[in-house]
Design a protein around this ligand. Sequence first.
Ligand SMILES: O=C(O)CCC(=O)C(=O)O
Length: 291
Amino acid sequence: MNHPTTSEPRDIAPAPAAIPYPENLYRFDTVAEGISGDFSAVTEAHIQYFHQHGYLVIHDAFRPDEVQDALAGMVHLMDGNHPDFRAIQFEPKLAKRKNALEGQERRDAIRKIFKFVDYEPRLNAMAEHSGMLGVLQRIMDDTPELYQDMALVKPPHFGSEKPWHQDCAYFDLPRGTTVVGVWIALDEATPENGCMHIIPGSHNEGPMIHFKRRDWQICDTHVPVARDTMVPLQPGGCLFWHGMLHHGSPVNQSTQRRRALQLHYKPASCEAITTQERMAVYGSEGKAVEC
Ligand SMILES: O=C(O)CCC(=O)C(=O)O
């Protein structure tokens, strides 16, 4: 698949340290609405729902065999079976021991893999899934182009938090671009193992200043936590979300793995901006803001 590389800082930065966060930063009492069926069940009303609320959950998006193939492809890369694939980031707590680990123990020390589609046809097949691309095309009213491929693999016990953020704060793309993330559950994603949390409607509330704290993130005290909505998913379920939507995910404190694919698409016609232009919008420098 042809896609541009991004200057997105997460891809090259070491994993952020696993720092504790305020206990009430995530709520666990509201669950996102979703639709049953696969991509063919998506109606025009669902596309409008995405634009209004900034997200769309499709519960039966991918078949069990597609999920199994994706998992096999992911494990293949994690196990070092492709000589040129190096884009593996370990959980901060376990990174020092990574060379001593093997097999499942080593896989369960990994926080994320990224830029994998060119190395693994089974993962590329997910990124090129025609049903998914069809929904993206309808949302964007343009041809979707893969912008970033990543898999956050929150291992049991250690899987670290991804603090609240807007994806557009990471992407050198013009303000107003309909960037869409697709988060595909390969294991069951639950409140206990760190499923996604979103703030519905926040994509319409403008850019948030991001700060370098536990990660490049929205300040904990600026998050409208009262509106936190969880997105638990069964394997094969997926979440589409707008690049401006506030989202994050708490730690995995359970004994269950939480492997997922996260693919971002941009409209093909949209051109890049500079990192400086992006930071003028999302960075705190020169602004009277504190965290
Ligand atoms: O997979 C997760 O837990 C959240 C990942 C995320 O939001 C991101 O990397 O932008």
